[in-house]
Structure formats: structure tokens, C-alpha cells
Design a protein around this ligand. Sequence first.
Ligand code: ADP
Length: 234
Amino acid sequence: MSELILKNITKVYGKKGENEVVALSDASFEISKGELVVILGPSGAGKTTLLNILGGMDFATSGDYFLDDIEVTKLNEKKLGEFRRNDIGFVFQFYNLMPSLTAYENVYLAATLSKNSFDSMEILKNVGLEARAKNFPSQLSGGEQQRVAIARAIVKNPRLILADEPTGALDSKTGAQIISLLKNICKTQNKTVIIVTHNKAISVIADRIIKVQDGKIISNEVITNPKDVKDIEW
Ligand code: ADP
């Protein structure tokens, strides 16, 4: 059964006839619970726009978006804030950790703000960072910071994990560890994970590859035999 349904989502920036930009046009797709999805496209294709709508960070101009029983496109600003807090785990390219909080505190803060959260130390353990709990982000490597960011996303027990170029700032070996961790979370916790990237190499591990170009979904392919992370040719 589909968990996530996007129907004819369009996003237009600016004013008609003046500075209008159609960033996303008639985007439709369905994703099942527990799928690992890669959204692939070049710069300017509309990936960030799509991610912002999926994560409730921006309103669509038209169309419908359902996540389980939630009709996200019908939510007002307040409800959309609750949706972001409780239902979406974000992972960003540059980690976006709070520099004045320790690894543990970064995770714990997210846990306290959402209603279905897991135990923060348990989750830090899951990402292999129990021993670094008291370190600040500046004392951690890029890969470790991204693991804290992933812990911060999953501690909320969200319905959906959205990762925006999660390996973009990392070397290939560390990038592989991060993709491996995301895949592991997806498969062991049956969480839907969407990775947005311009890096075609990453897409080989996906259960589904959705390609975006010029604001349009140009293909949506189910991969029956996804490759292992070790087979990514960076
Ligand atoms: P990608 O993430 O694939 O690089 P984006 O979603 O950022 O693509 O952008 C898609 C298109 O929408 C681009 O042409 C971009 O310039 C335009 N765009 C994005 N955000 C805005 C905005 N806030 N105002 C106007 N145009 C925007």
C-alpha cells in the first residue's frame, strides 16, 4: 500500500507575467512504506522545491499530497509546523547541528520537541556514537556530525526521513558509511527514506529512482535488485 501520494503538485514562484518561475509542474508519484527512494536531477531541476513540499517547509501552489492519513496540502501553518516537528526527520548536506550543544543535546532537543520520540542515548548508540555523546560538533569529523544529524532525525520516530545531498560534503568512504546507515534505518525500522541528490552513483542502492528535470518528473523506476552500498562507484 502506498504511504506517500503526490498528485499533480505544482509550485510557482513569483507573479504571473512578471517574474514567474514554475519550479515544479504536475508532479505525481506514490511511495510505499519502507522504500528507499532516490530523487535524482541536475541543479535547478526542482529537487529542493519538491523536498520542501514533502517536508512541509513550503506550500504547493496546487495539487494534493498525502502522507498516511494526513492530507498535508490541507494543513494550515500551525498544523504544518506540528507535521514538521513530529512526522519528518531532516538530514541536510551541512548537518545543521547546534554548535553550542553536545552531540547528545542535539539529539535530545529534537526528542523533546516531538511527541513520539525514542530514547536519545539509545539512538546515539544505534549510529555508533555513544562514546562521543559529550563532544560538541566542532570536535567531531564531518561523518560523525552527519551521524549525529541522522540520530537527531530518527529519534523523533518520524513517518518520513528526508535527506538533502547527505553525502555532498563528505569523502566517498565516509559518504558510503552515511548511505549505509540510512539504508540500514530504512530496512530495520521499515522507515520510508528519501534521498535527494544530483549524484547518479548513489541511485544504484535505491528501491525506486525518481528523476526530475526542468520541474517535471521524467521517470519513476522501481528497482527490483538494488545494489549494495559497497558497489557504489563514486
Ligand atoms: P534544485 O534543488 O534541483 O537545484 P530548485 O528546487 O532549487 O532546484 O529550483 C528549481 C527552480 O526554481 C530553479 O529555476 C530556481 O531558480 C527556482 N526557484 C527556487 N526557489 C525559488 C524562489 N524562492 N523564488 C524564485 N524561484 C525559485
